[in-house]
Design a protein around this ligand. Structure first.
Ligand SMILES: [Zn+2]
Length: 81
């Protein structure tokens, strides 16, 4: 569980599960490496996330982290409109 203060000032928290803050992004290469014949696909994905993304519900900014538990985001995207 962590907090992240968005540049707009909104305090985001991922402590509630499920939540609308945190997203997991998988590359096509990672998805191809998984067997979809697995009876529990979610377990196959648990340690395969390539990027962890937080989305601010107030301004829509995306904070992209490339390592689990990484404190500093690698990229920050702000919607143009
Ligand atoms: Zn924000």
């Amino acid at each position: 569980m962590a907090h992240l203060i968005c540049r707009c000032g909104n305090d985001m928290w991922n402590g509630k599960s499920p939540n609308d803050i945190e997203f997991w992004v998988y590359s096509d290469k990672t998805m191809d490496s998984l067997s979809f014949e697995d009876s529990i696909p979610f377990l196959s994905l648990c340690n395969k996330d390539d990027y962890n993304v937080w989305r601010c519900p107030e301004c829509g900014r995306l904070y992209v982290f490339d390592e689990k538990g990484c404190v500093k985001s690698k990229y920050v995207y702000k919607p143009e409109e």
